[in-house]
Design a protein around this ligand. Structure first.
Ligand code: PLP
Length: 404
């Protein structure tokens, strides 16, 4: 057997993967146009208007409202949906901390419902038992770019009189049964932060098909003004949550490459699932056949239970990284994040812990990540990844594995 790179052997790969961001003349030209126009902010609304229309149309939504970032986008969506301080919001714990902090920002209380073991997406069956008289909304997260079960979640939300918000920060362009994410539920939020599949450095977008919700989000984001109203006509408490014309210019450039990049990520994602699926000790995630387009912001895969119990995940990661493959460990389950728990305690007066064994185990022991830029490589790059994983797993299975 080949010696592992970490033990002095030759790494499977030394070539770098595609760099991120990717940009060109369109972004350059757009930025200069904004610069020379003198309309730099969020009220000039030339590029912003065009972006909102194009982005909403791309997802089949009636309305798009740009905001400063994805986090504040979720906050504005929750508030527009009528969620207030003290209300409970059910969400998965396997997500970026912003899903929870967006609610905590105004005193709403996250309640964590576990994820499905084979998709790591919010498990609809875990949602209903957590609904109380205080529950106002469900936030589902299309984690890694895979749409969650919108059919089932919509049914639950409708039957229990709850609002359904899609945290689509990782899922630009993804589709569930042919429908673009973001406007399948009541409201959907997106992020244009540097790592995301559409990148403006920072930025965000909210989509909805509901005119009233769109107007409310717009008003919250524009210091309580009303569309068509006067400059100093503030009809509710709102804030300046606007994005700038510069960001919109960059995003209009980025959007022209989106289809091509999405197709490439899909192709490579499917190939990786085939290659990694053949490796003993690896479990690939299940892709629901109703996902008609996966955004692959991340490629996630798991160590098989027996491997995860025998070898420390951090050690597997170190060894695969040494072979030249940039795998990473991903999240700490939010239901175990001490800062989140402290804040919930200060809001409710109780030490509330929602056990989410599937998410906790996925975070601590099983799940590995590759970032979206890796999926912009070619077919041979995917074979390198599989070769490195195979090499490390074979060594883990054989001899002096490091115990967890
Ligand atoms: C990135 C991200 C956010 C927050 O977006 P920002 O633009 O960084 O504020 C929220 N939820 C998820 C799942 C994310 O990945």
């Amino acid at each position: 057997m080949d010696t592992l790179a970490i033990d002095g052997g030759t790494p499977v790969r030394t070539k770098p993967f595609p760099q991120w961001p990717i940009y060109g003349e369109l972004e350059e030209r757009g930025l200069l146009e904004v610069l020379h126009s003198g309309k730099w902010g969020g009220t000039g609304r030339v590029k912003l208007q065009e972006l909102e229309e194009r982005f909403a149309a791309y997802h089949g939504a009636a309305y798009g409202i740009t905001v400063a970032n994805g986090t504040i986008g979720i906050t504005a969506a929750l508030m527009a949906a009528g969620v207030g301080p003290g209300d409970e919001v059910i969400m998965p714990p396997y997500t970026f901390i912003a899903t929870a902090t967006s609610a905590l920002l105004f005193g709403a209380v996250p309640v964590f419902a576990d994820v499905e073991p084979d998709t790591l997406l919010l498990d609809p069956e875990k949602v209903e038992p957590l609904i109380t008289s205080k529950t106002k909304a469900i936030i589902t997260v299309h984690i890694a770019g895979a749409p969650s079960d919108m059919t089932r979640l919509k049914e639950i939300a409708a039957r229990r009189g709850l609002r359904l918000i899609e945290d689509s920060a990782q899922a630009v362009g993804a589709r569930w049964e042919g429908q673009g994410v973001g406007a399948i539920g009541d409201l959907g939020t997106f992020s244009f932060q540097s790592s995301k599949n559409l990148n403006a450095g920072e930025g965000g977008m909210i989509l909805t098909n509901d005119r009233e919700l769109a107007d409310r989000v717009w008003s919250f984001s524009n210091v309580g003004r009303v569309r068509e109203g006067g400059w100093y006509q503030h009809e509710r408490i709102g804030w300046n949550l606007r994005m700038t014309e510069f960001q919109a210019a960059v995003l209009l450039g980025q959007m022209t490459r989106l289809d091509e990049q999405m197709e490439k990520r899909e192709r490579n994602g499917k190939l990786l699932t085939k290659l990694l699926g053949e490796i003993e000790g690896i479990r690939t995630l299940r892709r629901d056949p109703r996902i008609t387009r996966h955004a692959y912001h991340l490629y996630m895969f798991k160590l098989a239970p027996e491997v995860a119990d025998a070898v420390a995940k951090s050690e597997v990661i170190r060894r695969i990284q040494a072979e030249g493959i940039p795998v990473s460990a991903g999240y700490v389950s939010l239901n175990r994040n001490e800062a989140v728990l402290r804040e919930i305690e200060s809001l409710t007066g109780e030490r509330r812990v929602n056990d989410c064994p599937v998410s906790e185990r996925a975070c601590e022991k099983e799940t590995l990540w590759l970032h979206q830029n890796v999926l912009l490589g070619d077919e041979e790059d995917m074979h390198d990844i599989a070769r490195a994983v195979q090499k490390v797993l074979a060594a883990c299975g054989s001899k002096d594995s490091v115990r967890p």
